[in-house]
Design a protein around this ligand. Structure first.
Ligand code: PLP
Length: 394
């Protein structure tokens, strides 16, 4: 069996989650908006899913909007808050290390006259709250900063960012918690955000289901129109099985989170000690304020895509960073923002562990990963020294 070390890209669907979903894909198939018994059964399950997710996030059921994933949650948050706030201002402040679901959405909003300010980050990928404060003007309506980065695992100082954003009246704070939600305690009341995005497939739920938590009272314009589902915030017949799947997966995740985080931290540290012992490798992201199971690095004189391919041949699945960017000729915008030059950023590699990762798998990875990286580095260095393979002249 290959070893799966790409949990930041997606996770396997948990058996209990599938079991909870199955009735809503089979006998309890009603449309949650129908008045008859079939519809009422679906509605009851959907209402329970809202209640469950709200309880686990420490929010209210009416604040939960189910979406088709993290990307849609981010789009709804940003477009919805931007258009709702247009009369008050047009300035939106974000970080330079957001996922494309945020970054590209904001670039789209720019075409409609919104001014997008991207804050720089330090070598670890962290936003400086003082720079955020300096970027906020009277025309600022929205701030969007992620809780934890998907490529390098760095945790952003959201509590301080929330304080600064809310010191000015009328600024909405959106937090993309898609990568953080499986591993970090998430209490929307203490986080200080107004909008929070989650995605089920990052915590052993189904793909294509997400949540946008919308703090009660936050003005948001719907971005798809039709029926009055999800309290007029997201039209379309609800995916009851998906909502039940997300709610079940998130509940199980929250129950196991302290134990999972402790185990993953120990496993990641073991793997880091083995892998970062290879000369030329360097940890990327913050050394301590980072997601417990995410080990990211740059390998000098190696191509990250080639290393990931070499590891795949050896039975280890991992990636260079964002799954959306895999195979792309462009280097990571996250590493670029962190100050890595293009040639160093090309050596990016991400090994992400998850709840189901075993100690035996980590032990195998501790043996294989350093060997593959070292052999790839030697190959690249040899080609560079003697590109035509004619032997280096004395
Ligand atoms: N935001 C972050 C930080 C992510 O890592 C991802 C997915 O990798 C997304 C948003 C998009 O979520 P989804 O895959 O559910 O559309």
């Amino acid at each position: 069996m290959p070893i799966y070390l790409d949990h930041a890209a997606t996770t396997p669907l948990r058996r209990e989650v599938l079991d909870a979903m199955l009735p809503y894909l089979t006998e309890t198939f009603g449309n949650a908006s129908s008045a008859h018994g079939f519809g009422r059964a679906a509605r009851a399950a959907l209402d329970d899913a809202h209640e469950q997710v709200a309880a686990d996030l420490h929010g209210e059921a009416r604040e939960i909007v189910f979406t088709s994933g993290g990307t849609e949650a981010d789009n709804l948050a940003l477009k919805g808050a931007a258009w709702a706030g247009k009369a008050r201002g047009h300035r939106i402040v974000t970080s330079s290390v957001e996922h494309h679901a945020v970054g590209h959405t904001l670039r789209y909003l720019e075409k409609f006259g919104f001014e997008i300010v991207e804050l720089p980050v330090d070598r670890y990928g962290r936003v400086d709250p003082d720079q955020l404060e300096a970027a906020i003007t009277d025309r600022t309506i929205l701030v969007s900063v992620m809780l934890a980065n998907n490529e390098v695992g760095t945790i952003e100082p959201i509590a301080r960012i929330a304080e600064i954003a809310h010191a000015r009246k009328g600024i909405v704070l959106h937090v993309d918690a898609v990568q953080a939600a499986p591993y970090l305690d998430l209490d929307v009341r203490t986080l200080g955000a107004d909008l929070v995005s989650l995605s089920a497939h990052k915590f052993e739920g189904p793909k294509g289901v997400g949540v946008l938590w919308v703090k009660h009272g936050t003005h948001l314009l719907a971005q798809q129109h039709g029926g009055s589902q999800e309290r007029h915030r997201r039209a379309g017949t609800e995916d009851v099985a998906g909502a039940v799947g997300l709610a079940t997966a998130y509940h199980l995740t929250c129950e196991a989170r302290p134990a999972t985080a402790a185990r993953l931290t120990a496993q990641r540290e073991r793997l880091a000690a083995a892998v970062l012992a290879v000369p030329g490798t360097e940890l990327t992201g913050h050394p301590t304020d980072r997601l417990p199971g995410l080990l990211s690095m740059v390998c000098a004189d190696a191509d990250g895509n080639a290393v990931a391919m070499g590891l795949d041949l050896e039975g280890i699945a991992c990636s260079v960073g964002s799954a959306c960017a895999t195979g792309s000729p462009e280097v990571s915008h996250v590493l670029t923002a962190m100050g890595y030059p293009e040639d160093e950023a090309r050596g990016a590699l991400r090994l992400s562990l998850g709840r189901t990762t075993t100690d035996e798998e980590v032990a195998t990875a501790c043996d294989l990963v350093p060997r593959v990286i070292a052999s790839m580095r030697m190959g690249t260095m040899a080609v560079r020294a003697d590109p035509l393979g004619q032997g280096v002249p004395a």
